[in-house]
Design a protein around this ligand. Sequence first.
Ligand SMILES: Nc1ncnc2c1ncn2[C@@H]1O[C@H](COP(=O)(O)OP(=O)(O)OP(=O)(O)O)[C@@H](O)[C@H]1O
Ligand SMILES: [Mg+2]
Length: 336
Amino acid sequence: MSYNAFGIDLGTNNIKIYNSMDDTILVEKNMIAIENKKNLFAYGDSAFEMYEKAPAHINISYPLSNGVIADIKNMELLIKYFISDLTRGSVKPADYYIAVPFDITEVEKRAFYDLIKEAGVKAKKIYVVEKAVADGLGMDIDVKNSQGVMMVNVGFDTTEVSILSLGGIVLSRLIKVGGLKFDDAIRSTVRKQYNLIIGGKTAENVKMSLRDLEKEGKGAVVYGRDIVTGLPVERELPTKMIDECLIEHFYTIVDSVKVILERTPPELAADIYKHGIYLTGGASQVNHLTELIQKGTGLKVNVAENPVTSVAIGLSKIIKNDNYKSVAYTIEGMSK
Ligand SMILES: Nc1ncnc2c1ncn2[C@@H]1O[C@H](COP(=O)(O)OP(=O)(O)OP(=O)(O)O)[C@@H](O)[C@H]1O
Ligand SMILES: [Mg+2]
């Protein structure tokens, strides 16, 4: 394919970049490590590798927060490095398709556009695509011809619940619950019940292994620091205790899904009833969430085959297929 284009899903936890030149999707941590407040020390997965382990003069952070750009300078830097890596250092003019949440302000949306423009990546045209629309395409839904599709994307900082119809968004809500809240709940429960401090990565690993542990009837073995003695210790945590501490957040998600369903025009509700809910996003894989949404709504839940990359897969379809180009738009007054 000779059309040079990139499709970017800027997640708070993972950045996903579709590259049309070799038809691949890069997934890296959306993280940057800065040394002595000025020098780039590491980025992406290698910055994450050092996270929670680095000395004080190395600052490791996520430039995105709650789905919007919090640190523009570092986000530009990251985009520049990732695109440079993908093009082996020789960045050629290309079109950019960037996925953005629907339920953010126009100024915040514009910031995504400006980010690509300012990142020094030779952007020819910059298109914006609603994340939920890309997600739908990524899950093989014919979004342009469907009248009523419910998408739920459970990410790191946020969960986006949207109703799509005829290629556009009818309703959408971005709530501040996702994988990070699940990890935090695990950490605070372990602290309360066991007087044990565990790191964020440990909590994340526990969360991701819950399903397997439950199947095997095993607890989660963790290492942390005992609050009382200050010494490192090993503990086995029962999976039931972890499940219980996550449930409150699961209900927040179920409640948002129900609120959106209540507000959905009845003509669209018929299609949603027939096809069910489409669930995606990395953290949607957490143990028991699917069943809870199913029970809470009485609807079938279709789970994504590629929950982390479904938005980027959707962007790749838009880039490859002219029939889908109409769901991408340029921001008024900014198109070249
Ligand atoms: N198997 C799994 N079980 C549970 N959670 C998982 C699993 N795999 C990944 N996750 C969680 O998914 C989250 C990352 O998902 P994703 O890449 O969709 O988020 P993001 O797009 O970066 O965030 P956001 O959409 O909120 O900006 C992390 O919290 C991670 O712990
Ligand atoms: Mg996401």
